[in-house]
Each structure stands twice: as structure tokens, then as C-alpha cells.
Design a protein around this ligand. Structure first.
Ligand code: IPM
Ligand code: MG
Length: 370
């Protein structure tokens, strides 16, 4: 009998634990109905880990992440840890996980689900049917580049330094992920940088173009400057299929893209490492919403992004496309039935909390699998 799939669950802070509870419901359902079992280990990250262990992530948690087949992450951070200091901020948990697991390709879809088209602040005719994917480089660039730091100059003034740096292999491996994804979608890829200002951006453009010419001539490749891309995303977002970009630009553009959908509480993400010789790769899945401390503990958070992150996990880590689609369908059906958490509330819909939403997804799964 094949070994169970090993999952590390890191609920984190704020609404993380409450939305993760609803994923457990889906996992239990799969266990019962689809005979797919997971060995689940749970650990602390972020503020919860700072409180218990004095650090945003322990070596034990990192080790467990390295050993797991996939990591399901909630969210970290909250005002009570703002004073912890720059070296102890809860965000270091996710940055260390990305760095130490080599999770270089951050996949951030922005999908407008039919029943939610009115939730966008943009006109429905601009966003209806939107389905784009941002592939953000996530272990390099200015987030990790050196030199970095704050230094005091001889005249007593201070200087803050960060470095944007990319090598051709770093650009190629993330571009390859994006090209491969584009092939499975509409075969259109837009590469985004600032090659009009930055040498690292010029190298980015040249490298992606050369890879496209050599290995992906069937994918329609275009290039945009990052500022223009931001503008185009608001003007006409449906022109995009897959976007590939650096760590910092991807951070900004993916927040922008998420808001095209009007519902941060709906969007999952995947962060993937390089497959080894056996095809095994480290991977982490998390909703793109943060810990939302303002609504934490009130039972009103939208669990769908966390549940959809689990669907991505099934798809990208375990090749379980059918089960992933089943979960995604169940989520859309719940919306079509008019259930809404407060973040996506609309006229004539029923306002429900986290748990009722999770139970509704489970009921839809039952119906779909019947
Ligand atoms: C994200 C977040 C993180 C980032 C923070 C929490 C470090 O904004 O995942 O987009 O900047 O990468
Ligand atoms: Mg961000």
C-alpha cells in the first residue's frame, strides 16, 4: 500500500486557525468519501510561534516542512507582534519557508467567479470571466539580495540599502514554470520588468525572450514595463493569460490583480520549488488574504480561499485534478446558492459565518459526488 501523503498544516495567526478548521472538514470528507488519506502534522508559525517559542518559525517546523509532501499555510501577523522588532517579525516565517524550501515560483491566480462579478469595484463588463495567473519569482530579487541593511555614514546620516539581483538560471527556472503553465492555458505569456531603468530588468527581458525562442516558440510571448502592466491590469485585465515577473513587482501586481476580483477572501496561491530527479518538489499553499486581525476570532472570515488553496495543493502536489475540480465546483455552487460571508455580501444573499460556509461546501461535495 502506498504511504499516505504527508501534509504539514501551519494555521498561523488571526483568522488562519478558523479558516483552516474548515479545510479539515474537506480533508475529512475526502478521507471518508474518496478514500484519500493524509498524515497531518500541525505546527505553529508567525506570532503564535513567537509567543510559544520566541521565534517566528522554529527549526523543528522548518524541518517538518522539508519532510512534508506539501505545506498548507494559513496567515501570519497581527498588531500585538508589531513591537517584536524587524528580526522577529511574524512575516519572517513565510520568507524563511520560501527561502529554505527553495520555493521560487509563486502562482497567484485572479479569477472572477460568475456569482461574484458584482463584487469587483470595476465594472462587471471589464472583469466578467477574468482568469489570469501571475507567476511571481519568490526566492530572489530585492527580497533576498545583498548587500542589504541600514548603515550610518561618517556624517551621521543613515543609509538603507537593498539590492535587486537576478542570475540567468533564476530567471530561466521561473520563466519555465510560467511557459509550461501558459501551454496548459491559452498559450500567452507576458513578462514584466523595468528594463527601461534597471539592468536586472534588461537581463530578465533578454533571458525570457531567449528561452521563449529556443524552447517555447508555440507560446505567444510579450513584454511590459511593470508600471504599464499595473495600468493595463486595471484598464483591460482580460488581455492577460499568464504574467511572469520578479519578487517585488509580483508582490505589488498580485495584490492589484486580486482586487480586480473584489474578493480577497476567495483567492488561493501555490509556491513551488524545483522538482528533483524523482519529480518530487517542495510546495506551499496559502490564501492570499492575510491574518485579518480585525475580524479574527469572530467566526465571520471567508474560508473559501483556504479551501481553494487545498484544491491547488491536490492539483500541483499530487496530480489529483479531478478532486481539485470537485472542490472548486463545490465552492462556486455554494456561491451560486446565494451564501455569502460578510466580505463578499451582496443584495438578496444570505450572510453566513465561517463554519456555515464550510458546512455548505461539504454538502455540495456530497451532492457532486453522489
Ligand atoms: C505576500 C506578502 C509577503 C510578501 C509578506 C507577508 C512578507 O505580502 O505573500 O505577498 O511580501 O511576499
Ligand atoms: Mg504581498
Amino acid at each position: 500500500m502506498p504511504a499516505n501523503k504527508k501534509l504539514l498544516v501551519l494555521p498561523g495567526d488571526g483568522i488562519g486557525p478558523e479558516v483552516m478548521r474548515e479545510v479539515r472538514r474537506v480533508i475529512n470528507w475526502m478521507d471518508r468519501r474518496r478514500a484519500v488519506s493524509f498524515d497531518i502534522t500541525e505546527d505553529l508559525v508567525g506570532g503564535a510561534s513567537i509567543d510559544a517559542h520566541g521565534v517566528p518559525i522554529t527549526e523543528r517546523a522548518l524541518q517538518r516542512a522539508l519532510e512534508a509532501d506539501a505545506v498548507l499555510f494559513g496567515a501570519v501577523g497581527g498588531p500585538q507582534w508589531n513591537a517584536a522588532g524587524f528580526d522577529k517579525r511574524p512575516e519572517l516565517a513565510i520568507l524563511r519557508l520560501r527561502g529554505e524550501l527553495g520555493l521560487f515560483a509563486n502562482l497567484r491566480p485572479a479569477i472572477v467567479y460568475g456569482p461574484l462579478v458584482e463584487a469587483s469595484t470595476l465594472k462587471a463588463e471589464v472583469v466578467r470571466g477574468l482568469n489570469l495567473m501571475i507567476v511571481r519569482e519568490s526566492t530572489g530579487g530585492i527580497y533576498f539580495g545583498s548587500p542589504r541593511g541600514i548603515e550610518t555614514l561618517p556624517d551621521g546620516t543613515r543609509r538603507g540599502i537593498n539590492t535587486e539581483v537576478y542570475t540567468t538560471p533564476e530567471i530561466e527556472r521561473v520563466a519555465r514554470v510560467a511557459f509550461e503553465l501558459a501551454r496548459k492555458r491559452q498559450s500567452r505569456l507576458c513578462s514584466v520588468e523595468k528594463s527601461n531603468v534597471m539592468e536586472s530588468g534588461l537581463l530578465w527581458r533578454q533571458t525570457v525572450q531567449a528561452l521563449g525562442d529556443d524552447e517555447y516558440p508555440d507560446v505567444a510571448l510579450s513584454h511590459l514595463y511593470a508600471d504599464n502592466c499595473a495600468m493595463q491590469l486595471v484598464r483591460n485585465p482580460r488581455q492577460f493569460d499568464v504574467i511572469v515577473t520578479s519578487n517585488l513587482f509580483g508582490d505589488l501586481l498580485s495584490d492589484l490583480a486580486s482586487m480586480l476580483t473584489g474578493s480577497l477572501g476567495m483567492l488561493p496561491s501555490a509556491t513551488l520549488g524545483q522538482p528533483d530527479a524523482t519529480g518530487r518538489r517542495h510546495a506551499l499553499y496559502e490564501p492570499i488574504h492575510g491574518s485579518a486581525p480585525d475580524i479574527a476570532g469572530k467566526g465571520v472570515a471567508n474560508p473559501l480561499a483556504q479551501i481553494l488553496s487545498f484544491a491547488m495543493l491536490l492539483r500541483y502536489s499530487f496530480g489529483m485534478e479531478e478532486d481539485a475540480v470537485l472542490i472548486e465546483r463545490a465552492c462556486v455552487n455554494v456561491l451560486a446558492n446565494g451564501l455569502r460571508t460578510p466580505d463578499i455580501m451582496a443584495p438578496d444573499c444570505a450572510k453566513v459565518g465561517t463554519q456555515v460556509m464550510g458546512e455548505a461546501v461539504e454538502r455540495e461535495l456530497d451532492k457532486l459526488a453522489a
